[in-house]
Design a binder for this molecule. Structure first.
Ligand SMILES: Cc1cc2nc3c(=O)[nH]c(=O)nc-3n(C[C@H](O)[C@H](O)[C@H](O)COP(=O)(O)OP(=O)(O)OC[C@H]3O[C@@H](n4cnc5c(N)ncnc54)[C@H](O)[C@@H]3O)c2cc1C
Length: 355
C-alpha cells in the first residue's frame, strides 16, 4: 500500500485550506501528501461569512463585501457600520474550485476516498473529522439557507442583516440572517442554537418560506440554491498526539458563542505552515483561553435563559461596532472585553459564572 509523508483526513474547509497554504508556500515540493475525502464531486455546499479582521487567501472567492449591517429584535432595529472590518461571504463552490485547480498542479498530492486505501502508519496526520459521541446534552448550531432570486429589484444590497430575532423561538435561540448579493439575489438563512433532539423542530423549509413571505414581505421569488448543516457548540475530543493534529471544527476552531470558524481555520493553517519543519513539536493552536472561558459562561446563560438571548445580542451591539466585531472575531483587547462585559445583564452572568 502507498505511503505518504503527510495525510489530511477530510478535504473540506480546513483540509483544503491547509493543503492550499502549504502548496502556495512550496512546503510540498519534496514531500508527498494524501487528502482523504469521501465525496465524489465538489460542488457549492456552504457560504462562509465573517468580518475580515485579518488577511486570508480567498478574496477572489468572496461573493460580496458589506460595510453596513443591521440587527433586529421584535419592534426594534439597530443599523451599524463595519468600514474597518468589511463583512465577507465566501462561495464554497469557488473556494473548492480554486484550491483543487492549484493542488492538481503538484504531482506529489493525491486524493483518496478512504483512509483504508493507503498505509498511514508512518505519516503525519492532519485530521478534520470530529470525534463526537452524540448525546442529548450538547448544544448545536443548525443552519439552513436558501439563495433566492426575484424578477425585479427588491433588496437593498448595500446592507446585510446579521441577526433578525423577530421569529418563533420555541424555547431555544433562533434567528434569520439575510445577505443580499445584489438587488435581486439574496441568501436567507435560518439558524437555531439548540439541543434539537426533537425532529419535529426541523421544519426549516416552512420557517424560511414564512420568513420570506411575512417578514421580508416578498411573494414572488425562486430558490436557486440550498445549504443545510449543523456544527457542535462544544469542543470535540482533541488530545495532543505526536503524529496527529486536529484541524477545523475537529481542532476546536469554532468560536462557540457565534459559530464563526472560517478565519480561525485560516489562522491555524498559517500557524501549521510557519512551523511545518518542526511539526511534531509545536504547541497546540487554540482560540485564546479568555474567549473559551467567556464563551462557556455565555453558553451557560444561553441554556438557562434562551428567551433572553435576543436582548443580550441586541444590547451587545450598543457598544461600538468595531469593539463587538473584534470581540466576536477573537481580536479584542482588555478594554474591548470590558466594554462588552459591561453591556451584559450582570446577575444572570454572575450566576452562570458560579454554576
Ligand atoms: C451550513 C453551514 C454554514 C456555515 N456558515 C459559516 C459562516 O458563515 N462562517 C463561519 O465562519 N463558519 C460557518 N460555518 C462553520 C464552519 O466554517 C464550517 O462548518 C466549515 O466547513 C468547517 O470546516 P471543517 O473542515 O472543519 O469541516 P468540513 O468543511 O465539514 O470538512 C470536513 C470534511 O471531512 C469529510 N469527511 C467526513 N467523514 C470523513 C471520513 N470518515 N474520512 C475522511 N473525510 C471525511 C467531509 O466530507 C468534509 O469534506 C458553517 C457551517 C455550516 C454547516
Amino acid at each position: 500500500m502507498k505511503e505518504f509523508d503527510y495525510i489530511i483526513i477530510g478535504g473540506g474547509c480546513a483540509g483544503l485550506s491547509l493543503a492550499y497554504e502549504l502548496e502556495i508556500h512550496k512546503k510540498l515540493k519534496n514531500k508527498s501528501l494524501a487528502i482523504i475525502e469521501p465525496r465524489e464531486e465538489y460542488k457549492r455546499d456552504k457560504t462562509w461569512s465573517f468580518w475580515k479582521v485579518t488577511p486570508h487567501n480567498f478574496d477572489d472567492c468572496v461573493k460580496k463585501n458589506w460595510t453596513n449591517f443591521s440587527i433586529n429584535i421584535t419592534g426594534n432595529t439597530n443599523h451599524l457600520e463595519c468600514n474597518s472590518y468589511p463583512y465577507q461571504s465566501i462561495d464554497s463552490g469557488l473556494f473548492y474550485e480554486k484550491i483543487n485547480n492549484k493542488l492538481r498542479e503538484n504531482g506529489n498530492i493525491s486524493f483518496f476516498n478512504d483512509l483504508k486505501e493507503i498505509n498511514s502508519e508512518n505519516s503525519f496526520l492532519f485530521n478534520s473529522v470530529p470525534n463526537i459521541i452524540k448525546n442529548h446534552l450538547n448544544l448545536w448550531q443548525h443552519f439552513c439557507g436558501v439563495e433566492i432570486e426575484t424578477e425585479s429589484d427588491f433588496f437593498d444590497d448595500s446592507i446585510y442583516n446579521l441577526m433578525d430575532f423577530d421569529c418563533e423561538q420555541r424555547e431555544s435561540v433562533h434567528f434569520f440572517y439575510t445577505l443580499p448579493y445584489s438587488k435581486n439575489k439574496a441568501l436567507v438563512e435560518t439558524t437555531w442554537l439548540s439541543k434539537m433532539v426533537d425532529n419535529s423542530q426541523k421544519d426549516y423549509d416552512k420557517q424560511i418560506k414564512n420568513y420570506i413571505e411575512k417578514n421580508l414581505n416578498l411573494k414572488n421569488y425562486k430558490i436557486t440554491y440550498k445549504e443545510e448543516g449543523a456544527i457542535p457548540l462544544f469542543y470535540p475530543l482533541n488530545k495532543k498526539e505526536r503524529n496527529k493534529i486536529n484541524i477545523g471544527t475537529a481542532g476546536g476552531m469554532t468560536r462557540l458563542s457565534t459559530g464563526y470558524t472560517f478565519l480561525n481555520i485560516q489562522e491555524h493553517s498559517k500557524y501549521i505552515r510557519e512551523n511545518f519543519e518542526n511539526i511534531t513539536n509545536i504547541n497546540k493552536f487554540e482560540i485564546a483561553k479568555k474567549y473559551q472561558f467567556l464563551d462557556e459562561i455565555f453558553l451557560r446563560v444561553l441554556e438557562k435563559h434562551p428567551e433572553k438571548m435576543s436582548e443580550i445580542f441586541f444590547k451587545m451591539f450598543e457598544a461600538s461596532p468595531n469593539t463587538v466585531i473584534k470581540f466576536l472575531s477573537n481580536k479584542s483587547n482588555f478594554f474591548d472585553d470590558l466594554s462588552i462585559i459591561l453591556k451584559m445583564p450582570k446577575l444572570i452572568f454572575i450566576k452562570a459564572l458560579f454554576k
